[in-house]
Design a protein around this ligand. Structure first.
Ligand code: 13P
Ligand code: SF4
Length: 359
């Protein structure tokens, strides 16, 4: 068994810094402005036969609006599935760029709009398609498994696309067939999967700027103050944080754990946008943000993705009004990226049946 990393950190850090400098966060609004935008957006969604699909990390106002307008809030896997199955001819994806691209690939006949096309992801930035292609070509004996947080071109180079909710199961399945694996781009998630499955994995060296900032030392201090609390962590967090966690899982799995565990208090090591759903579904429980690196952190707002934060009511309104910020993916590229994406969706549907004892 072997596990190694590829050093792409220099390029990754520079690109991330450049993109962070371009982040423009939305202006705060008063209650009357919010109500006005919401009314106008709901009318436009109807008029344009559009549905709003929002990630758990987006602003609570957008999540609220998705619910109020018959849209959907979820993790990246379910966003993809919902968008594909939705009857509406236009999908408005509130999240980051790769989520819009995935919607576009899975629903080639629908119009996909985003409140901003500048919302990227440090994992996507850390994995340029040409470098990744050369790396894969140097290891032709390995199955290529990539995280959904990648460009369409990287997905097109992969055998499998996975999200955090299904990554361990897919790699377990491949390892059972004796397959050796290339994993990209998140090194923390890769190391976690490697540890869980024992698979032979070569890891790309990307990281999420939000989850990477969670600190084990601060987490232990907070846990000492709340000994009854359970720690819930997203697997993009560093190993030392995952070691302390009671539950490690995707955003949906974190929410499920908060609902089902008997604890009244939870320390949550993921983006704090998820607190909207946590508080809604477990209103009598207390949720605390896991400590981050504070002032020294590279993220502009710790425990909150600066790119997710770019999604706002006014940008969403303008997008719908003008039909702007349309996401496009080259047809041929989309057809290639569709293959590993479809493999994931088929696997996940089969896996659900297996877990339910029906297959
Ligand atoms: P999920 O797949 O759990 O929604 O996570 C997406 C993501 O970007 C995590 O940072
Ligand atoms: Fe990417 Fe991290 Fe933001 Fe998720 S939270 S979109 S992984 S930068």
């Amino acid at each position: 068994m072997s596990s190694d990393t590829v050093n792409t950190l220099a390029a990754d850090t520079r690109l991330v810094r450049e993109h962070l400098a371009a982040v423009s966060l939305p202006e705060a609004m008063d209650a009357a402005q919010i109500a006005d935008y919401k009314t106008r957006i709901k009318a436009l969604l109807k008029e344009k036969d559009a549905v709003l699909v929002a990630h758990y990390y987006t602003d609570a106002l957008l999540q609220e609006l998705a619910e109020e307008s018959g849209g959907f809030i979820s993790d990246s896997l379910e966003m993809a599935r919902f968008g594909r199955d939705a009857a509406a001819s236009t999908l408005v994806v509130a999240g980051v760029r790769f989520m819009g691209e995935t919607a576009c690939i899975l629903s080639p006949d629908k119009t996909v709009l985003m409140p901003t096309l500048d919302a990227t992801c440090s994992l996507d930035l850390a994995c340029p398609a040409e470098d990744f292609d050369a790396f894969c070509a140097a290891h032709p004996d390995r199955e290529v498994v990539v995280y959904a947080n990648t460009s369409a071109a990287v997905k097109a180079r992969a055998d499998w696309v996975v999200t955090s909710s299904i990554a361990v199961d897919v790699v377990e399945h491949l390892a059972a067939q004796g397959k050796k694996i290339i994993w990209a781009p998140d090194r923390h998630l890769g190391a976690y999967i490697q540890k869980r499955t024992g698979a032979d994995m070569l890891l790309w060296d990307g990281a999420c700027i939000v989850h990477e900032e969670f600190k084990a030392r601060g987490l232990l201090d907070l846990k000492a103050l709340h000994p009854e609390a359970a720690v819930l962590a997203h697997p993009e967090s560093p190993d030392a944080v995952l070691e302390i966690a009671d539950v490690i899982g995707s955003t949906t799995q974190i929410i499920q754990a908060a609902i089902t565990l008997p604890n009244d208090t939870f320390i949550v090591a993921t983006d704090k946008g998820i607190f909207y759903k946590l508080q809604q579904l477990a209103p009598h429980k207390q949720f605390l943000v896991a400590p981050t690196a504070g002032d020294d952190a590279t993220c502009r707002s710790c425990a909150h993705c600066p790119w997710m934060a770019m999604n706002s009511l006014d940008r969403l309104y303008n997008t719908l009004l003008h039909g702007s910020n349309r996401v496009t993916v080259d047809r041929a590229l989309a057809e290639r990226a569709m293959v590993p994406l479809q493999r994931m969706l088929d696997f996940s549907a089969q896996h659900k049946l297996k877990v339910a004892g029906k297959a």
